[in-house]
Design a protein around this ligand. Sequence first.
Ligand SMILES: Cc1ncc(COP(=O)(O)O)c(C=O)c1O
Length: 401
Amino acid sequence: MPILSPWRSDFPALAALAADSQTYLDSAATSQKPQAMLDALLGYYRAGAANVHRAQHLPGERATRAFEEARGKIARWLNAASHDEIIFTRGATEALNLLAYGLEEHFHAGDEIVISALEHHANLLPWQQLAQRRDLALIVLPVTTSGQVDLVAAKHLIGPRTRLLAVSQLSNVLGTWQPLSELLALANTHGAITVVDGAQGVVHGRHDMQQLGCDFYVCSSHKLYGPDGVGVLYGRAATLQRVLPWQFGGEMLLQTDYYTAKFRPAPLGFEAGTPAVSAVIALGATLDYLASLDGAAVLAHEAALHAELLAGLGARPGVRVLGAPQTALASFVVEDVHSADLAHLLTEQGIAVRAGHHCAMPLLRGLGLPGAIRVSLGLYNDSGDLQRFFAALDHALEILG
Ligand SMILES: Cc1ncc(COP(=O)(O)O)c(C=O)c1O
């Protein structure tokens, strides 16, 4: 029985892409958007744009209220203990840079920062650069062949010198959930600050910050069916107090003269300048839409489609899937075929997948691969998308073989 998505028609871009003969299987890079989010985005501008937290007039009040309501919706989505633990950034990348700069003064020469071998560049480079600035050691946890952080190694590598642990929740290359509770427990034993890169994980299922127990969690709206230009930094209140502002400007201060300033506490103290007002409001509407769906049905749909993807890849001789993907995506290579050539032929047939190093160059290099093809699923994908992909793959392999 082909798997259909009951939510496909909520996403107008799917029909537009189909009209362009495009099959979209790149949701891990960015997602398509529900009508509810498009309505909110346009509705905000149609009703009258205004800046937030400063204007006394009606449009300003309205924008501020909607903006802060969206903060509340995100706090509820993540089950943060307070709205004040939600900071808006430009994306997950900016949230991680905020932390690497804002926490800098807590690090001293010889301290250790621990990451894993499968991190996205966004959760590697800010720490790598901080390590260089402060003369710290960057420790890289190895990954097992199935694609999870090796916990035996982690027990040896996370220790009393560990000041910070930063790991992904769900790998954007391998589609594997990471053993977060074990890793966070190890880091907590040594009093290290914990950072979870939830850019991929946040899209699949609900994640409870109070249960997870990390200090910081970052994600991007655009992968979660929301608009681009906005990201979220969740920070546990007690740890957030240890972060210094890293960008300075309007609305993040309590008072200033020409020579000194006093800054606001979180969240506004970390939101210098005009934020992405429309995008934040539209993200709030996206969460309303997602909250209206049957979450268990969405997960079951994703799991069934993922199983179909893995079965199809597994049935093709010469195709090797990287690691043991658990959800939403699979990256693969084909014996004796360069993935760039394959990607080219897939693109020519209207299949939108991602090819290359997936912003995880050291991981791919460690696997001895210049690149791989990644197929990733959104809640709107269906068996028809996979059938078109497999037909295009077979055709491409015939040409290349
Ligand atoms: C695991 C992971 N972390 C971080 C990011 C960066 O997200 P953004 O580019 O939205 O800042 C991505 C985006 O692909 C990702 O997959």
